[in-house]
Design a protein around this ligand. Structure first.
Ligand code: SF4
Length: 483
C-alpha cells in the first residue's frame, strides 16, 4: 500500500495515475488514516510544487519546481514532472511514455503537426522536454500521427458520423475481460428481444441523423456469438436501415474463433461486411487454456482459412502481450503463426489489468501466474509488424497496462481500420447502439466532446429502449447546425 498526501485536493487523479504507473501492483490510498510504510507528499506551496517520498517515515527523496499557478494546464504539467522525477529517482526507472498517463498520446502530436506545423525534431523535443517521453515512443507517436493524417485527409470526416453496434454476448468470459459481455448460453432468451430493441435504435438513428454514416462497426462482446439465424436478422436490419454500400468501412468483430462458422462468414459477406477481425490473442494452446478461450490453435487457422475462402480481403488479428505465463519466446511464436496467415491488419495489445476482470477480482487464485511485458517484447512486436510490411496506424493507452506500454493497430498501407482512427482520436461523432454502448458528440471546434450512455443491463436496455433514444435525441439535437 502506498499512501498519498496532498495539501490541496487538486489533480489527485493525475497523481494517482502516475504513481500507479510506477507501482502497478500496489494499492494507492489518499486516505490519511491508512497505515503504510511508503508515503508520497505533494505540497502546493506559494511559488513552487514540492514532492517528497518517505519510507518508514524517513525522507528518501524530494523534488521541486517553480510554479505561479496562473494556468491550470501548465500547473498540472509542472506537478506531473516533479512527481515523475521523484518517482523515477525512488524507483530508479523511467517510463516509456514519461508523464503521459492519458489514453491518446498521438492526439498531442497530431495537434503539433496540423495546427503548429512543427517538424519531427520540434515535436520530439517538445515531447521529451515537456513529458519526458522516450526517443522510441516519440518516433512511434509521430509515425502514427502521419499515417492517421493521410487517412483522415482522404475524406470529409468532420461532416459525418460513425455508427457502433454492440452485441454484448460471448461464448465464455476471458480471464482479463472487463467489457459488457454476457454468456450467450445463459442469456439466450434475451437475444431476440435484444435484436428487436437494436432494430428500433438503428431505425431511430438513421431517421434522426437524416444521413448515412461514414463507417459502421459491429463489436461487443462477440457479434458472431449470435447463431446463424440471429446474425442474419441483425445484418439484414443493418442493410435495410442504412445504405451500407456507400460506407467507407463496414467492420464486424468476429473475434472469437469458437464463435465462427462457414455459414456465418457467408452471411457476413452476403450482407456487405468488408472487414472482419479474427482474434487469437495467443497462438499458444497453454495460454488459450489459461485465459479461458474455449478454442484451439487449430481452430484459429481453420477459421482464418474459411474467412479467406468466403472472400474476406481485409482481416485483422488481435494479439496480447503480457498474457499470463507468456515469455518472449511465446510472443514470438504467436507472431510467427500470424505471419504465416498474412492478415492485412494486426493489433497488438499490452495486457491491461482491469478492476472488473476475473484476473483482478480473484487475484488470490492467480498469484502463480507471471505477467511479463518488457521493452524487448515491445520492440520485437513493432519490428515484426514492420517486417510484415505493416505500419502502425492507431495507438491508445489504458490504465494499468502491462509494462506501461500501449496498444497499437498495424496495417498494410491502405488497409487501415478507419473507424479505429476516428474513434480513438475522437475525430468524429459516434452514435452507439446496444447495451453499455456510449455515444459521443464531437463538436465542430474539435475539442468539445459530450457523451451519453446506454444502460449496461440487457433487460433494462430492452425495457428502456425509448429512454436510450431520448438521450441520443438530446445529445445530437444541434448536430446539423454545428456542421
Ligand atoms: S471475447 Fe472479448 S468481450 Fe468476450 S469475454 Fe473475451 S475479452 Fe470479453
Amino acid at each position: 500500500m502506498i499512501k498519498v498526501y496532498l495539501n490541496k485536493d487538486e489533480f489527485s487523479y493525475d497523481v494517482y495515475s502516475l504513481i500507479k504507473a510506477f507501482y502497478p501492483k500496489e494499492d494507492i490510498s489518499m486516505k490519511e488514516d491508512e497505515p503504510s510504510d511508503m508515503l508520497f507528499k505533494i505540497e502546493y506551496e506559494k511559488n513552487e510544487i514540492i514532492v517528497s517520498c518517505f519510507k518508514n517515515e524517513e525522507l528518501i527523496n524530494s523534488c521541486k519546481d517553480k510554479c505561479d499557478y496562473t494556468d491550470k494546464k501548465i500547473t498540472k504539467n509542472i506537478l506531473k514532472r516533479v512527481l515523475y522525477k521523484c518517482l523515477s529517482n525512488t524507483q530508479k526507472k523511467e517510463l516509456p511514455w514519461g508523464t503521459m498517463t492519458g489514453i491518446r498520446p498521438v492526439r498531442i502530436v497530431s495537434n503539433l503537426l496540423e495546427e503548429k506545423n512543427y517538424s519531427d525534431n520540434e515535436i520530439k523535443k517538445y515531447l521529451k522536454d515537456y513529458y519526458f517521453v522516450s526517443d522510441k515512443k516519440c518516433d512511434l507517436a509521430i509515425e502514427v500521427a502521419k499515417v492517421e493524417k493521410k487517412v483522415l485527409d482522404s475524406f470529409d470526416y468532420k461532416k459525418g458520423y460513425s455508427l457502433y453496434i454492440g452485441i454484448p454476448f460471448c461464448p465464455s468470459r476471458c480471464l482479463y475481460c472487463s467489457f459488457t459481455a454476457y454468456s450467450i448460453d445463459k442469456m439466450r432468451h434475451f437475444v431476440m428481444p435484444y435484436i428487436e430493441a437494436l432494430q428500433k435504435e438503428l431505425a431511430f438513428i438513421r431517421e434522426y441523423m437524416d444521413m448515412e454514416p461514414d463507417t459502421i462497426y459491429v463489436g461487443g462482446g462477440t457479434p458472431t456469438a449470435l447463431n446463424e439465424e440471429e446474425l442474419e436478422i441483425l445484418l439484414k436490419s443493418i442493410n435495410n436501415t442504412f445504405d451500407v454500400t456507400s460506407l467507407r468501412e463496414f467492420c464486424v468483430e468476429a473475434g472469437r474463433p469458437d464463435s465462427i462458422t462457414k455459414e456465418k462468414l457467408r452471411i457476413l459477406k452476403e450482407y456487405n461486411t468488408e472487414r472482419i477481425s479474427i482474434n487469437p490473442q495467443s497462438m499458444n494452446q497453454k495460454t488459450l487454456d489459461i485465459i479461458g478461450r474455449a478454442h484451439s490453435v487449430a481452430d484459429i487457422y481453420k477459421t482464418f482459412e474459411d474467412a479467406r475462402d468466403a472472400g474476406f480481403k481485409n482481416i485483422n488479428m488481435d494479439m496480447i502481450t503480457g498474457l499470463p505465463n507468456e515469455d518472449e519466446e511465446d510472443v514470438m511464436h504467436t507472431l510467427e503463426c500470424i505471419k504465416e496467415l498474412s492478415p492485412e491488419c494486426l493489433t497488438v495489445h499490452s495486457l491491461a489489468l482491469k478492476k472488473k476482470s476475473r484476473l483482478n477480482l480473484n487475484k488470490e487464485d492467480y498469484t502463480n501466474l507471471k505477467i511479463i511485458n518488457d521493452g524487448n517484447i515491445n520492440t520485437k512486436t513493432y519490428d515484426f509488424a514492420k517486417d510484415m510490411g505493416m505500419n502502425p496506424y492507431y495507438l491508445y493507452r489504458q490504465q494499468n497496462i502491462a509494462g506501461n506500454y500501449e496498444n497499437i493497430g498495424y496495417s498494410l498501407p491502405g488497409m487501415e481500420g478507419i473507424y479505429n482512427i476516428l474513434t480513438m482520436e475522437e475525430r468524429q461523432s459516434v452514435l452507439a447502439a446496444g447495451a453499455g454502448s456510449i455515444s459521443k458528440r464531437v463538436y465542430s471546434d474539435g475539442t468539445t466532446i459530450k457523451r451519453c450512455d446506454n444502460v449496461k443491463d440487457i433487460k433494462l436496455f430492452i425495457e428502456n429502449i425509448d429512454e436510450m433514444l431520448e438521450r441520443k435525441r438530446e445529445l445530437f439535437k444541434t448536430f446539423h447546425e454545428d456542421l
